[in-house]
Each structure stands twice: as structure tokens, then as C-alpha cells.
Design a protein around this ligand. Structure first.
Ligand code: HAX
Length: 436
């Protein structure tokens, strides 16, 4: 057993009595109520999921295991000469709640590297897709094809105890996490640079460094990748991708089924696909402007035209957040340091000056501030990843760290099959006293 797995097991054993006690002694205590608007409106805000891996405060933004994003980026160990921490260190933090030492994280790096081998049939699945397929569809299918590798599935068939589900799930999750960036880079090269062919991984590199290498990108793209995967990793459990992963895994489907489903949820334009939509929308403006930076009045007109057309402003608003997303701020600071004169960055900054006021005047969005997706495409574009269809694949690689960590813990704490109750419109009308 690896040191990380041993540490995780200890933490699981310490935690289990807390969940058991809550259920046994306080299982019937009321912690929330449900309104008609919540039942019709996507279950917004109902407290009905439990996770210790991250928590999203509407004002402050995300904390991973109690740490804000700037704290995570500052405290996690970094590869020599790097500005951003090891992604593997984040996996350690999310699983155990502890910031790993340099040595502890280096052990995880070696463990991940040993799990990178990808069966030939996965490349065949990817290669069989037409080159105009969306990369998220290819990613989902590639992850799905790996399902036959599941240790959990084999052990379940053999009849293991519930108490041990977490162990084979840990193996599956870590195997998949180590492979995801390689699959992503392969999809990128197949779709956009077939002339360059496939690059094999470099065994000496960490997850972020190797991803940059396989994408064919020089420094600081390794740091961009580390930053990107870390800030997208988790956003508590209610968002579509995290919730989908949790929901599918709750039926004891293995992590391959659950992660493929999570990828499908992330691929919607109201969720992860918004990062590609921001760039597509900005390019529309750029074309209109013939490449020059629009004046404030021109920018305002473009935003209003979009709203008056009945469309949303991509990259703005959020179902939970009520302030600027700290994931936006982390990337903005990176841009200010590394690409302050980038054209698209200037567009994004100029938008920040006009959109919140316009959304407030428009009067619909509860949160007029930018979310993570408003800024993330800019960084990719600057370093030559201009194929914005690909951006959500990057998000998916990052998000899988949180989703997989959660599934391991779901299994460890024996979380139940999800089964909320639905009712009919007739019943709802009766409940609120509408006469028919
Ligand atoms: N532009 C225009 N209208 C917006 C808006 C925006 N950016 N954000 C919200 N609204 C509208 C909603 O469409 C909704 O209109 P209707 O009443 O006509 O349905 C109204 O304002 C109230 O919405 P809300 O309660 O403020 O927000 P929701 O919780 O319903 O939705 C969304 C949250 C993120 C989906 C929404 O803000 C949106 O569509 N934003 C643009 C797309 C986007 O950036 N998505 C990525 C979000 C971050 C994320 O998950 N990344 O993966």
C-alpha cells in the first residue's frame, strides 16, 4: 500500500464514526426546507449533499479542505523552478485534508507515473472518431472504454465487504487520474495537429509538466496546466459535473462510468463549455471590430445586443457565487504577470468594466460578476491553444481530481444510492392550495 493510501485509510477510519453517529443519533433532525421554486428550479441551494473535500461560500468562493485558492497555490509543494504547485499534491490534499511535504508529493508523482500506461484500444477508440467530433465526446468515450480495467468491478463480482469498497475505488480513481492528461493531449494532437503525431509521456515529469510536454508546449505552459487543473478541481458537490459523478457512482457504477457521465454534464454551455463560449463570443466581437480594441460604448453595445437577442453573457453569473470568482482572479493575476499586453486579455479586462453594471441594469442575473470561464480561455489562447472547442477538456481533466476524490470518500463512508422524490404538477398545486 502506498503511503498516501495508508494515510487515507487512517483518515477514513477516524471519520467513519462521525458519519455513523450523525445518522444514528441525529438522523431525523431537520436541516433545510424545500420551496416550490426550488423544486421547479433545479433544486437550487437545497442542503442535501455532504462532502468535506470542498466548500463554496457565495461571498468568498471555493475552499479546498479549508484552504482558499491562493493558500492552496502558496502552500502545496512545487516542482523545482515552477511557479505553480504539483497537481499530484492537490490530490493528496483533497484525499487527506493535509498539505503534503515535498517528499510525500514526490512519491505520489512516481505512483502516478507508474499508472500512465494506456491500453492500445483506447487510442483506437479515439482514432475512430471523425476529426470534426467534439473533443468532449471523444474524451467521454475514451474514459468509458477504459471501464473494463476497473478493479472495483472485479472485486465486487468476487463479493468484497462494503467496508473495503473504497480501496479498489482508490486504485481505479488514481489509475484514471494519471491517464486523463495523456488522453486529453492525444485528443488535442489528433484533432488539431495530426501532422505532429502522438508524443509519448516523459517519465521524469509531473502531471502538469508532462501534459505540457505531450501537448508540444514550452514553458510556462507547464505552470499554466498545473494552475488550470488545480483551480478547476472541485466546486463542492452540487454543480452539474460533480453531482453527476457522485450520482452515477452512488449506484456503485465504477469510476469510469461515473467520470464519463461527469464529462457529459460538464459539456453543457451553462457549465464547463462556457469557457469555449467566452472565446467564441469574444472572437465575434473581435471580427466586428477588425481586431482593434472596442471603445467602452462599442463594448456596451455588443453586450446589450447579446442580451437583447435572448442570449446569456458567457463567463458571467453563477448559481451560488455572489462575488467575482476567485478562480477568475487567480487567472487574472497570472495574466497580469505573464501576458499583460495580450489582445484578448485586454478585451476580457474591458468587459469586466462594463458587464456587471449592464447585468445589474438588465435585472435578471442574481450575480453580475465574472466566473472562472470568463478568464480561462484567454490564457490558453495566449499559449497557442486557440482551438477553443478543446478548453472544456482541460476543465474535465481538472474536475476529475475532485470528482474522483469525492467518489473514494463516498465509498469509504458508505454514502447511499441517491433517490430524491419527484411529485406531479397536480400534487404541487394541491399542496399550495391552487383550486382547479
Ligand atoms: N447573462 C444573461 N442572463 C443571465 C446571466 C448571464 N451571464 N446569468 C444569469 N442570467 C439570467 C438567467 O438566464 C435567468 O434568466 P431567466 O429568469 O430568464 O431564466 C436569470 O438571470 C436568473 O438566473 P440566476 O438565478 O442568476 O442564475 P442561475 O443559477 O439560473 O444560472 C448560470 C447560473 C451560471 C447558468 C447563469 O449565470 C449563466 O447562464 N451564465 C452564463 C453561462 C456561464 O458562464 N456558465 C458558467 C458558470 C460557471 C460554471 O459552472 N463553470 O463551469
Amino acid at each position: 500500500m502506498s503511503k498516501l493510501k495508508r494515510k487515507l485509510f487512517k483518515k477514513i477510519e477516524e471519520h467513519r464514526p462521525r458519519t455513523t453517529r450523525l445518522l444514528k443519533e441525529h438522523g431525523d433532525k431537520v436541516i433545510d426546507q424545500v420551496t416550490v421554486a426550488q423544486a421547479i428550479g433545479g433544486m437550487r441551494g437545497i442542503k442535501s449533499l455532504v462532502t468535506d473535500i470542498s466548500y463554496l461560500d457565495p461571498q468568498e468562493g471555493i475552499r479546498y479542505r479549508g484552504f482558499t485558492l491562493p493558500e492552496v497555490l502558496e502552500k502545496l509543494p512545487k516542482p523545482e523552478g515552477a511557479e505553480m504547485p504539483y497537481v499530484e499534491g492537490l490530490y493528496y490534499l483533497l484525499l487527506t485534508g493535509k498539505i503534503p511535504s515535498q517528499k510525500e508529493v514526490e512519491e505520489v508523482v512516481v505512483d502516478f507515473n507508474n499508472r500512465r500506461i494506456i491500453p492500445r484500444y483506447v487510442w483506437d477508440v479515439i482514432d475512430s472518431f471523425p476529426s470534426n467530433s467534439h473533443p468532449m465526446a471523444i474524451l467521454s468515450a475514451a474514459v468509458m472504454s477504459l471501464q473494463r480495467e476497473s478493479h472495483f468491478n472485479i472485486e465486487y463480482q468476487q463479493g468484497i465487504s462494503k467496508m473495503d469498497y473504497w480501496s479498489s475505488t482508490y486504485e481505479d480513481a488514481t489509475n484514471l487520474m494519471a491517464k486523463m492528461p495523456l488522453i486529453g493531449a492525444y485528443i488535442y494532437n489528433k484533432l488539431y495537429h495530426p501532422e505532429k503525431g502522438h508524443r509519448y509521456p516523459k517519465p521524469t515529469l509531473d502531471l502538469g509538466g508532462n501534459f505540457a510536454y505531450m501537448m508540444g508546449k514550452d514553458k510556462p505552459y507547464d505552470d499554466v496546466s498545473r494552475m488550470y487543473f488545480i483551480i478547476h478541481a472541485d466546486h463542492e458537490s452540487g454543480n452539474v459535473s460533480a453531482h453527476t459523478g457522485h450520482l452515477v457512482a452512488s449506484s456503485l457504477s465504477d469510476v469510469y462510468y461515473a467520470t464519463s457521465a461527469m464529462i457529459n454534464g460538464l459539456a453543457g454551455p451553462l457549465h464547463g463549455l462556457a469557457n469555449q463560449e467566452v472565446l467564441r463570443w469574444l472572437q465575434g466581437l473581435r471580427e466586428q471590430m477588425g481586431g482593434k480594441l472596442p471603445s467602452e460604448a462599442e463594448m456596451k453595445k455588443y453586450v446589450w445586443d447579446t442580451l437583447n437577442n435572448g442570449q446569456v453573457i458567457p463567463g458571467y453569473g453563477h448559481a451560488v457565487l455572489r462575488k467575482t470568482d476567485p478562480r477568475y482572479t487567480v487567472q487574472r493575476e497570472f495574466c497580469l504577470k505573464h501576458l499583460p499586453n495580450d489582445d484578448i486579455f485586454k478585451y476580457v479586462d474591458a468587459l469586466y468594466n462594463v458587464v456587471p453594471d449592464i447585468l445589474r441594469e438588465h435585472g435578471k442575473a442574481k450575480n453580475p460578476w465574472p466566473n472562472v470561464d470568463a478568464q480561462s480561455g484567454v490564457v490558453q489562447w495566449h499559449y497557442g491553444v486557440t482551438q477553443f472547442d478543446f478548453y472544456t477538456v482541460l476543465f474535465a481533466i481538472g474536475r476529475s481530481i475532485g470528482v474522483l476524490s469525492n467518489i473514494i470518500w463516498d465509498r469509504a463512508l458508505g454514502y447511499s444510492l441517491e433517490r430524491p422524490k419527484s411529485i406531479t404538477t397536480d400534487m404541487l398545486e394541491d399542496m399550495v392550495g391552487i383550486k382547479k
